[in-house]
Write a protein that binds this ligand. Structure first.
Ligand code: XMP
Length: 317
């Protein structure tokens, strides 16, 4: 029978044997999969694992600094790279959702390739790929086609010439969490909601600006902190806020306002393929709505998304 401790022992031994004294590069995202993959590799090869954590400027409020700190406390050999301006410049004037994803994918490859080339003599690229990713990528694109399609001009980036190591490729998400817990990774980190790679870019409908990112970060932080305070965070599969591309009329004192609308979204799901909106308590929604409108300058209206998937998707873009 499969147990997390046997998996850890076996995988660490395999990784040691396969990698030897070679160097490995791994991109950390702040998510569960890449963190567990990195921890396994760290156990096997220590400082020869070189992690890169990129700030694309589209993460949650304070996420980059706090997660980077956490990684350092875990003893990982990690380099944080703040590439906010590069990503936001690439996204300037872009409003189409698929274009946003492409720009972000290309920018990530550009930054990652630069950083990876600073790690001399690396021979492996490690990834936190889990079993459902393997299935999806084979059925949709053929193996590894997703990354390649981003960067088929001028040959492959250097890091893609490395040998791939994917210690989690036979595991489902719940098994990844159990393996992480077995290795002592913080339960708060392991229980984090999924967060899309393109981050807040696909939760800001229409064009992205620095100002919109910071408005949405504030709104999102109020919502997520409140979910934690009310012990609702772990009952929800994924939650977040969306900045809508419309202004609405409001009143403040004697003044008429004309400001942004945000939507809150919280869903229950097992795999993201289908999802139901969560019946959050009215007094919770009331409190969160008041806090957002009182504290976040530029927002005067909050709505709650009561659509299930299908036919709606979890994200709005
Ligand atoms: P949808 O919106 O398709 O989302 O119902 C299902 C799950 O996938 C996440 N998602 C993404 N994750 N890159 C990602 O890494 C993306 O471009 C992307 N789009 C959606 C979404 O957050 C949800 O968990």
């Amino acid at each position: 029978t499969w147990t997390p401790s046997a998996f850890v022992d076996m995988t660490v031994a395999d990784l040691k044997e396969k990698i030897g004294d070679d160097k490995v590069i791994l991109g950390l995202s702040g998510g569960v999969d890449s963190t567990v993959a990195a921890t396994l590799l760290h156990k096997a090869i220590g400082k020869n694992l070189h992690c890169i954590f990129v700030n694309n400027g589209l993460l949650r409020k304070n996420e980059f600094d706090s997660v980077l700190d956490q990684y350092k406390h875990m003893g990982l050999n990690v380099k944080g790279v703040d590439a906010t301006d590069l990503f936001l410049d690439a996204l300037h004037g872009v409003s189409d959702p698929e274009q946003k994803r492409k720009k972000i994918g290309n920018s990530f490859i550009e930054v990652f390739d630069d950083e990876a080339s600073n790690v001399k003599d690396a021979t492996f690229l490690a990834q936190g790929t889990i079993y459902p990713d393997v299935i999806e990528s084979i059925s949709v694109n053929g193996p590894s086609a997703t990354i390649k399609s981003h960067h088929n001009v001028g040959g492959l980036p250097d890091f893609m010439k490395l040998k791939i190591v994917e210690p989690l490729r036979m595991l489902f998400k719940d098994e990844v969490r159990r393996v992480g817990a077995e290795m002592g990774i913080d339960s708060k980190l392991l229980g984090r909601h999924p967060f899309p790679g393109p981050g807040l870019a696909i939760r800001i409908l229409g064009e992205i600006t620095k100002e919109k990112v910071s408005i949405l970060q504030e709104v999102d932080a109020i919502f997520i902190d409140a979910l934690r305070e009310w012990n609702l965070y772990d009952k929800v599969w994924q939650a977040g806020a969306i900045l809508l591309p419309v202004n609405s009329v409001g009143v403040m004192g004697d003044e008429r306002t004309y400001e942004k609308v945000v939507a809150l979204r919280a869903v229950e799901s097992t795999d993201g393929m289908t999802a139901d909106w969560v019946d959050l308590p009215y007094n919770f929604l009331q409190k969160v709505s008041n806090q957002i409108i009182n504290r976040v300058k530029g927002v005067n209206r909050v709505v709650y998304d009561i659509s299930s998937k299908p036919p709606a998707t979890i994200e709005w873009e």
